[in-house]
Write a protein that binds this ligand. Structure first.
Ligand SMILES: [Zn+2]
Ligand SMILES: [Zn+2]
Length: 364
């Protein structure tokens, strides 16, 4: 226990942690991003943390890879605010392309907000405070490209990407076969996602995706089962420290087997039916459910934590996008997408539509 605490404190202090050879994580307040290095010393960044963290991310990169050695690209597991906060700044500084799944593009280009969060689920302080999180999608301006439909990962020849929708429509995970290393994003996480206390203590356990931002539970279950079938040896997720070995295997196997009991809330907006989305974003939402936020939960610590997140994202600019989409996915089918294969991604998209505020909460 003492060792674990010392380890946690040391990692907190530097906010970087080693996952495996060539893979380093960094935690920004409560969310992780990953630096992936190739044997030839080229590297990419997976996810882009909270707004305002670009300097920290860049400095850690310079310490590790040297000045004047930017990544080849930034890859996104998904576009929730806590994974894309520093994206624009970093892409501008480094002048690199950003890769994402086509079903994630509407939420990166300002075309659509994510399905609104369901703050009635999850139970913990982080969930109740989710109403405070930013509400608008980002409008990324720069080179936005699609992950190749053959599962290969640009600039990472040892890796494959895997479709893991549910927590978000175009959520993906990354897998390195030779040491069975999985970057799971938020498809599952290694810390109880709704608990602000767990953020502070770093207690590790395999948990389902953060419930308040998950709008399709059937897809989320299939994604966890798909990842479990890979039998990862090491799993690094969007929230929590990496897990490995037997502890990971048992936890993930149990989550896959008992997903309905362990991960799906007993009730909530997206439990009976999912949000329907397509390549333009949200198409249809289930009706809202009543939720009264217990004021008593707004303790100083919780507010401080959520305040950081809110600050991080309220600065997002609302503007029209000029994101350039350079690839299309002919014939590519997403098994979980109701609209997956028959739509082509817009080229040179110019998005203008503003949605009803009922469906513009932009959320993880
Ligand atoms: Zn997340
Ligand atoms: Zn998320």
């Amino acid at each position: 226990m003492q060792d674990h605490l010392t380890n946690v404190l040391r990692q907190k202090q530097h906010s970087c942690f080693t996952v495996a050879p060539g893979v380093m994580g960094m935690e920004i307040v409560f969310v992780n991003l990953y630096y992936i290095e190739n044997p030839d010393k080229s590297w990419v960044l997976i996810d882009a943390g909270l707004y305002g963290s670009a300097d920290r991310i860049r400095k850690a990169a310079e310490d590790k890879f040297g000045k004047g050695n930017p990544p080849k690209a930034i890859l996104l597991t998904h576009g929730h605010f806590d994974h894309v906060g520093a994206l624009q700044t970093l892409a501008d500084i480094w002048q690199v392309p950003v890769y994402a799944h086509p079903l994630e593009l509407p939420y990166l280009t300002g075309l659509s907000s994510y399905p609104p969060p369901d703050s009635s689920v999850g139970g913990g302080g982080m969930a109740y405070l989710s109403f405070m999180y930013p509400k608008k999608p980002i409008t990324f301006k720069g080179r936005l490209e699609l992950l190749p439909s053959d599962g290969s990962v640009p600039f990472l020849p040892e890796w494959k990407w895997i479709e893991t929708p549910g927590h978000s429509p175009g959520h993906v995970s990354f897998f390195r076969e030779h040491d069975r290393l999985l970057i799971a994003g938020d498809a599952f996480v290694t810390r109880k996602p709704e608990s602000a206390l767990a953020v502070l203590t770093q207690k590790q356990e395999v948990c389902g995706p953060p419930a308040y931002f998950t709008p399709d539970w059937e897809a989320a279950r299939a994604s966890v089962q798909k990842l479990n079938a890979l039998h990862p040896e090491i799993a690094a997720s969007g929230h929590g420290l990496p897990m490995r070995g037997q502890e990971l295997k048992q936890g993930l196997e149990e989550l896959a087997r008992l997903f309905d009991q362990l991960a799906i809330p007993s009730k909530g907006r997206y439990v009976p039916e999912p949000a329907i989305t397509d390549r333009q974003g949200v198409v249809q939402l289930p009706p809202t459910v009543n939720n009264t936020v217990p004021k008593v939960l707004a303790t100083a610590g919780l507010v401080a934590l959520a305040g950081l997140a809110t600050y991080a994202f309220t600065k997002q600019r609302k503007s029209k996008t000029n994101a350039r989409v350079k690839r299309s996915w002919p014939g590519y089918a997403n098994p979980h997408s109701r609209y997956g294969s028959e739509h082509h991604v817009q080229e040179h998209a110019s998005f203008t539509h503003d949605q009803d505020d009922n469906i513009t909460n932009n959320y993880p």
